[in-house]
Design a protein around this ligand. Structure first.
Ligand code: ADP
Ligand code: MG
Length: 700
């Protein structure tokens, strides 16, 4: 059996009651396979001893003797403090919050095995996060080895996850290998069952490293197999295509109040040449926020439509899809282009005739969310698919698009520059067009930093802009853990700004909890100018285009990632007017974390806002982002919808990535049908289940 076939729920395991199961579910762990694939986020090396005096070098790991019990606090807050002493005679205090029961189990005179981080507080060496076990009588001297540290969620303890994982290993741990044996040998990889065992129960730190390497290779190998197969399929789909006529595209260009930039023209030429090519296009269009990608998409669509086909434009949020539909209505309907808008919120009654029109060829351009690619949507002759802000979609979602229509051309658009290694990973066979220059007459956005408390100055500045007829955004963070709290923030600030700060102007409020119609109406009023300012959460982050907006105020800027800040700032500076971005940041929030973590957060937050102040160049920002976060974080967390790799990190593991890539290509070249001895293992794995889980696109 392959690991991914273990569909039995974790609740089958002894000791996995409903509460525990529910908490695991929050970690994305449902089946036995999920549990075995739960990657430890770290390891505690308890094989190396460390005395109390060496607490500065890492967690203390030694034997101590309990020398005294002490109490502090009153009533229910009464807390036990255990004084211990190690063999070198160093004394330290174990602060036992909510662990009064330790008074009995760790009596004075007992010898303990102690593990934990210590620090100097109130002039004593102490720890409140420690593990202590009694050493029973005789000296055992057996090292404790290396323990995995799992990601946790509220109410879930390390000990219960460890126990459950070890039961899962015993029950399901003998799985079949998924990487063909010759490749395993060549790359020095472990058997899968061994890798799993060493991942969760390593004897030495090196075991865990080797286990990860094997599992990472496997992930990358299957990713590369999928990419190689996709491009093989694409190349096998030779089709008769001729250069599409340019009459519609020309008509559109003539209607524009401005000239296309040279880079826009080049991108269009590259796209049109792909459209006339022998194989379906697979092209990535990169261009910084505000560089004018939408227009490139519309003009490309004009070619497809003039050639007698249909085009589809997919956006990650309704807000953005609506905006594109409105722009299209303005620019394209006068040319006779028949449009349709489709999202999950289009009611059935409206949806049915719309689907019929699509399938009869009565619609030329369909614009919408991923609902465009649900199963019941049939196009009569889909020739071009454009995916806007494609980094927001999952890889498989993107792959599914190719399945619609007869070999449509695909154009992926992104404002997030993709590092080469990532491009290799997830976009293996894409060609790339890049828009480097902004439309003529644009002025770089001027960015100011302001400390929380000085925001009145910011408001005064914005007031002048509003009085001059410009518009402004005010953005507040939406924090995962306390969404309600943060939403209240935006709401409360809306009340404050419209009631107290700008009573003479109309404002609107927009966030993800509002209904689509409400959001749409507010947005339309902001576009038309009836509303002068918009108070929002990060729903306005991607794509929103209101050229008259000249001020972007981001409060609690320290809460936003660099990529998000850059996207948000990209909402202004979209015309020849001078625009401003104000990053209001607060120290209090920054150092709200605990100890070292809080300090690090504040350092990173400072670097982020400084980077924003220093440059408006998206490529530079992306590089700085990579430096701040380190390669470890770039894949999973940066973008919702990024491919979920549990073990591999395409930046750190670039050597593995390249090995996997060449192995996958070699295998497929020698055995394209995957029917040989080794190939059929790969085919079996691919057939059993999708090797990757997907995150759905976040809708902000
Ligand atoms: P993005 O690349 O971020 O998606 P958009 O396509 O939203 O950018 O374009 C930003 C703004 O620039 C839009 O208002 C668009 O009409 C305008 N624009 C696009 N191309 C040009 C151009 N060549 N000259 C002037 N303005 C342009
Ligand atoms: Mg855009």
């Amino acid at each position: 059996m392959f690991l991914r076939e273990i569909a039995a729920p974790v609740s089958d395991l002894k000791g996995a009651g409903p509460a525990l199961v529910a908490r695991l579910f929050r970690l994305g762990v449902f089946s036995g396979a999920d549990l075995l694939m739960l990657a430890p986020r770290d390891y505690e090396d308890r094989s190396a001893p460390r005395a109390l005096a060496e607490f500065g070098q890492g967690p203390v790991n030694c034997r101590v003797r309990v020398v005294a019990h002490d109490w502090f606090g009153f009533g229910r807050m009464r807390t036990l403090k255990l004084w211990v002493e190690d063999e070198a005679g160093t004394r330290a205090a174990l602060v036992c919050f909510n662990r009064a029961f330790l008074e009995r189990s760790l009596p004075v005179g007992a010898t303990l095995k102690l593990f934990g981080k210590f620090e100097y507080r109130f002039s004593e060496l102490q720890s409140s996060a420690f593990d202590a076990e009694m050493v029973d009588g005789a000296v055992s001297g057996v090292p404790d080895g290396v323990r995995p540290v799992y990601p946790l969620t509220e109410g879930l303890g390390q000990a219960s996850v460890r126990k459950l994982v070890s039961r899962a290993l015993a029950r399901w741990g003998t799985v079949d290998d998924e990487v063909p044996p010759s490749i395993r040998t060549r790359r020095g990889l472990l058997r899968k069952a061994v890798a799993l065992k060493l991942l969760h129960a390593p004897e030495a730190p090196a075991d865990a490293v080797a286990a990860r390497r094997t599992l990472a290779y496997e992930e990358l190998f299957y990713l590369q197999v999928m990419i190689a197969r996709r491009s093989a399929v694409r190349r096998s789909e030779a089709r008769p295509r001729t250069a599409p006529p340019d009459l519609l595209a020309r008509a559109l260009e003539e209607r524009l109040p401005f000239e296309l930039t040279a880079d826009q023209k080049t991108a269009i030429a590259e796209i049109v040449s792909d459209m006339a090519g022998q194989w379906p296009m697979a092209r990535l269009l990169q261009g910084d926020v505000g560089s004018g990608k939408t227009l490139v998409a519309f003009i490309s669509a004009m070619y497809a439509i003039a050639g007698g086909g249909q085009a589809a434009l997919m956006a990650p949020t309704e807000l953005l899809a609506r905006q594109h539909a409105d722009t299209a209505a303005r620019l394209l309907e006068p040319l006779g282009v028949r449009l349709a808008y489709l999202s999950g919120n289009v009611a059935d009654a409206a949806r049915r005739p719309l689907l019929a029109a699509l399938s009869h060829g009565d619609v030329d351009l369909a614009i919408g969310t991923h609902a465009l690619f649900s199963e019941d949507v049939v196009f009569s002759d889909l020739r071009l698919v454009v995916v806007d802000e494609q980094q927001r979609f999952g890889v498989l979602q993107r792959l599914a698009i190719g399945a619609k229509g007869r070999k449509p051309d695909t154009l992926m658009m992104t404002a997030t520059p993709i590092p080469r290694t990532l491009a290799l990973t997830a976009y293996g066979d894409l060609s790339v067009s890049t828009i480097r220059t902004m439309p003529a007459g644009r002025l770089p956005v001027i960015t100011h930093l302001a400390r929380n408390g000085n925001e009145t100055k910011v408001y005064d500045f914005v007031r002048k802009e509003l009085a001059a007829g410009r518009r402004a955004y005010f953005v507040y963070p939406l924090v995962d853990r306390s969404e309600k709290l943060a939403l209240k923030d935006a709401e409360a600030m809306y009340g404050h700004l419209s009631g107290k700060v700008f009573p003479e102007f109309h404002g609107g409020l927009i966030h993800a909890r509002l209904g689509e119609n409400e959001k749409r109406a507010t947005m339309a009023e902001f576009v038309s100018g009836r509303l002068s300012f918009l108070v929002a959460t990060s729903v306005v982050e991607v794509g929103v285009d209101v050229p008259e907006a000249t001020c972007m105020v981001i409060e609690h800027a320290e809460r936003f990632g660099l990529a998000a800040l850059h996207q948000l700032r990209g909402r202004v500076g979209r015309s020849s007017l001078q625009s401003y971005c104000f990053l209001v940041w607060s120290d209090g929030q920054v150092s709200g974390g605990q100890g070292a973590e809080g300090a690090r957060l504040s350092e990173d937050a400072k670097r982020r806002v400084m980077a924003m102040k220093k440059t408006t160049d998206g490529f530079e920002i992306a590089e700085e982002d990579l430096r701040i976060r380190g390669p470890g974080e770039i894949t999973g967390t940066t973008q919702a919808g990024a491919l979920r790799l549990s073990f591999a990190d395409p930046v750190r593991d670039v050597d593995l990535l390249e090995a996997a890539r060449s192995d996958a290509m070699e295998l497929l070249e020698a055995d394209p049908g995957l029917t040989g001895q080794e190939g059929s293992i790969v085919r079996a794995v691919l057939e059993r289940a999708s090797p990757f889980s997907e995150r759905t696109a976040a809708t902000g």
